[in-house]
Structures are given as C-alpha cells and as structure tokens.
Design a protein around this ligand. Sequence first.
Ligand SMILES: Cc1cc2nc3c(=O)[nH]c(=O)nc-3n(C[C@H](O)[C@H](O)[C@H](O)COP(=O)(O)O)c2cc1C
Length: 370
Amino acid sequence: MGDMDDGTAPQPVNLHELEAMARERLTESANAYVAGGSGDEHSLGWNVSAWADIRLAPRFLVDVSAIDTRCRLLGHDLAAPLILAPAAAHRLYHPKGELETVRGADAAETLHVQSTLATVAVDEVGATATGPWWFQVYVQRDRGFTEDLVRRAEDAGASALVLTIDLPVLGARDTDRRSSLGLPPGVEYANLRGLPLVPDPLPPERRVYNPHLDPSVTWADLDWLTSLARVPVLVKGVLRPDDARRCLDHDVAAVLVSNHGARNLDTVPATAQALPGVVAAVDGRLPVLVDGGIRRGTDIAKAIMLGATAVLIGRPYVWGLSVYGADGVKLVVDMLRTELELAMGLLGAPTLADLTPDLLWPPDLTQSTT
Ligand SMILES: Cc1cc2nc3c(=O)[nH]c(=O)nc-3n(C[C@H](O)[C@H](O)[C@H](O)COP(=O)(O)O)c2cc1C
C-alpha cells in the first residue's frame, strides 16, 4: 500500500490510461496472459464494443441530489454492484499476489472471487481478508482433492463458491501456446500443491486438456458440489438461456453470464448480448451477474438496466494490481463507482432501482412513468 503517494506519476483518470501503465510495467508474457483472448479475438473486441453500442435515453429534471450505488448481493453490503472476477496467478502481477487484491477489495468495500489457480493459498487469503470473499472452483480429476479444497476455502471464510463451467478443455489461446505459460520460478498454484497431475504426452502445440482440470464435469457434478457445499454455489459461464433455466433445478444461488473474458471459445457472443436471454430465462428467480468488457460506469448502468444484479471485472483490476498493488485495485473500483454515479446522475436515475430498461435508447414510451 502507499505506492500511489510517491508523487512521481500522474494518476490515471480512466482505465485506458491505467491499462497503458500496466503494459509498460509487466513482462511480455504476463502482458500476453492478461490481455489475450482466444482464436482471432473476435469475442474479445465484441465484449467491449457491445456495451458501447447500447445507446442511452436520459431523463432530465429529476432530483439526483442523493445518488446511491450501494447494493446487497447474496447477503453482503457492497459499495456498488461491482465485484472482482476470479483471475489466476496474481503473483504474475504483484509479488504479494492475491493478498494485495483482497486488501484492495476490502478497502473498496467490494468482494473478490479468488481463483482455484491462485498463487497464494486460500487459507492465507482468508486470514488477510477483513470483508467478504468468494472462492471459484475448478473441479479436479481427483474429487477428494476438490472436496478438501472446497472445505479449506469454506473454513478460511469463503461465503460462496463459484463453479466455472466454461473451461472443460484448454482455452484456444494462441498466445498461451506460444509462451506455454509456465509460472516464473518461485511462483506456484498454491491451492493445488500435492495435486497428482495427469501428464499430457503430447507436445505443447497438440495439447487439448488442462492438466489441472477434469474434462468430464457435467450437471451431476454440479449437484455433487451443491450437496457438499456449506455456502451458496453460483454458476459462472452461462451464455445459453436453456442452460440458465436448467440452473433453476440445481440448487444454484445465482447465474453468472460470462464468456471467460473471451479467453476460451472465440466467436461466442458478447456477454452484453447474451445477458437479456439469460435474464428472461431465469425470470427473476435467481440473481443474474455478468462480466466481460465492463470498462466504464455506463457499462455497469446498462447491465443493471438489462436485468443484472451486479457486474464483475477481470482485466481492469489486474491492471490496477500490477501498477499500484492493493491501492490500484481500490483505485479501479472507485473509478468505476464514480463513473457509475455520474451515469446515474446524468440519466435521472438516483438509485439502482431507477436503472430501468426505459432508459435505453430508443425509449419505450409505454413504460414511461410520467
Ligand atoms: C488473467 C485472467 C485470468 C483469469 N483466470 C480465471 C480463473 O482462474 N477462473 C475463472 O473462472 N475465470 C478466470 N478469468 C475470467 C474472469 O473471471 C472474467 O470472466 C473475465 O476476466 C471478465 O472479462 P474482463 O476481463 O473483460 O473484465 C480470467 C481472466 C483473466 C483476464
């Protein structure tokens, strides 16, 4: 902490500037890992452009003297409907890795979803956290190992589990193939210590399976996870309305619309496009969260208007972590929260409940309240 007080560099005023600063600082392989998408990176661009393509229809002469972004999510009070998505290997970005992230999240009054592929063990992160945090689950071939890890996360204080369903095999990422992303010396997947890996006999360019993850996971394994979990289970990576509807029959606490930051299957739709179908399918019976390409406060406002309860960010807080550690994580959340407040003020929507679909352009006059 304190990295931002040295007065040497001007503070970034938006995420573009922060991204450029992170790029300067990181090694080529760390840059490639955080920035990269899959295939030709079509979905990567769409994730960002789809939010921008949605137009707004502000309503003026509304009293916006008390703008309130506070939100309640699965029992937690958050400063804004914005939380930190799971991202692997934070020690690629900061020597203290996930410990800095969780400090930043706590300072910003948000929550961090810690990845199975973290580089600091879940127990240590739990001991550092002063606020709520969740644990993201990748299921290993050795189910006993996964069960132990889930128990460790719960015992360390995770208040929800997030099962990521969209990575049954490796993401189709050229950048990873080129650099075959080995972790630097002294950095390891701390939660997976002792996990027996299934060695892949094929050369890197022929590899399909992730040595850390089980490619045979199905809906039955989701039931297995919900039956052993003592905390709510969310499902991350839902794009299809029928998969979202199916979640309703599986003791799921929330559905997370995501395409994994466009890092797995290229040409899947932008999450902004997938969100309305999932919201309609779930029909108010579960909270719907969304991530992918959220870079401005207006993006958060649009996600709420389309029916999301909250959004997650991935790359942006990794940039903050890379440049300023915990302070940078807080900076990113505060920046987006401020932009959201500006958007709400300018839209004539002082509360999150006021962010209704009739503020999307063209305005639906049949929904108008006046
Ligand atoms: C560097 C990096 C690592 C990631 N690692 C994981 C992971 O371990 N588990 C997971 O469920 N998602 C992972 N994701 C996906 C994020 O949780 C999230 O879905 C995505 O980053 C959101 O898109 P955005 O980066 O455009 O905000 C990762 C994303 C990035 C950028």
